[in-house]
Design a binder for this molecule. Structure first.
Ligand SMILES: NC(=O)c1ccc[n+]([C@@H]2O[C@H](COP(=O)([O-])OP(=O)(O)OC[C@H]3O[C@@H](n4cnc5c(N)ncnc54)[C@H](OP(=O)(O)O)[C@@H]3O)[C@@H](O)[C@H]2O)c1
Length: 254
């Protein structure tokens, strides 16, 4: 599959899936800007990768998002061809540890952070240049899953917003995509105490993301068959859906 990207920006690229995406792109000679909050980790990563440029950013700071977009446009002579918004935080949560502060934090980073980035990017859409903007969401945003209180709604909100913007932005130079991976072994899933089906290595997941983005697919979901089962959950009537969820909750506890 053909990849035409000369430049890329990975937001949330200091660890996990984002870091693997940055490594993959930089190894291919793509000029890759890498952002996250922790500047030390970004520096270490960019020193290892010749084509990577560290650009610290906290996406909850809307002014910083605007400044970063403007700086990167200047440095790159236009927006990068590929922008991947991968930043997120996660805490497993159910009724037993329901926590307003943690929910607010997940909504603030995972949803409002993406809103801040889009608000900073939208004024720079242009019919002269096609920029792919991929947002890493999660199948936990498709339906309310056990243990995903806070995280699931934050991802559901992003999915809904991107679906809403997609048709309008198609003609304005922004090619919006959704990436919905299953479980990947990162510090995020290290918090899970249950068995994660088809758990992927971040390298494998990054390579699948880039293959998906090289195609014209809007929804890049993997791995199957796990993701097919999760997609089927979306069309189950509530009675059946809750029966399956209760079974899962009981299995998680035992
Ligand atoms: N792991 C999975 O199984 C899985 C499954 C489905 C979807 N996802 C999604 O995949 C993406 C990557 O997750 P991951 O598993 O690779 O987790 P991760 O290793 O924890 O990576 C998250 C990245 O986001 C950055 N980040 C967090 N808060 C930020 C903020 N306020 N501003 C800027 N950057 C911020 C982190 O760096 P700093 O802490 O330095 O800021 C880090 O680079 C996330 O969107 C996640 O929801 C993961």
């Amino acid at each position: 599959m053909k990849r035409n990207w000369q430049s890329a920006w990975i937001v949330g690229g200091s660890t996990g899936l984002g870091a693997e995406l940055a490594k993959n792109l930089a190894h291919d000679g793509v000029v890759t800007y890498v952002s996250a909050r922790n500047s030390n980790r970004l520096e270490i990563l960019s020193q290892k990768l010749q084509a990577a440029i560290s650009y610290p950013l906290d996406i909850t700071d809307s002014d910083a998002c605007v400044r970063s977009v403007s700086d990167i446009i200047k440095s790159n002579d236009g927006l990068p061809d590929l922008i991947i918004l991968a930043a997120a935080v996660y805490r497993p949560m159910n009724a037993g540890n329901f926590d307003v502060q943690e929910i607010s934090n997940m909504i603030n980073v995972n949803y409002m952070g993406i809103v801040n980035m889009l608000a900073a990017l939208l004024p720079h859409s242009s019919s002269n240049k096609n920029v792919t903007i991929a947002v890493i969401t999660s199948p936990s945003g498709w339906r309310g899953l056990p243990g995903a209180v806070g995280y699931g709604p934050s991802k559901a909100a992003v999915i809904n917003m991107i679906e809403s913007l997609k048709p309008e932005l198609d003609d304005c130079g922004f090619d919006l995509r959704l990436v919905n991976p299953g479980f990947i072994k990162t510090r995020l899933t290290d918090k899970n105490e249950f068995n994660m089906p088809q758990l992927m290595d971040p390298k494998d997941a990054a390579s699948r993301v880039l293959t998906g983005l090289s195609s014209t697919k809007f929804d890049i979901s993997f791995p199957n068959p796990f993701l097919i089962y999760l997609k089927l959950l979306r069309i189950l009537p509530y009675s059946l859906f809750f029966w399956v969820m209760k079974k899962i909750t009981v299995n998680k506890k035992t």
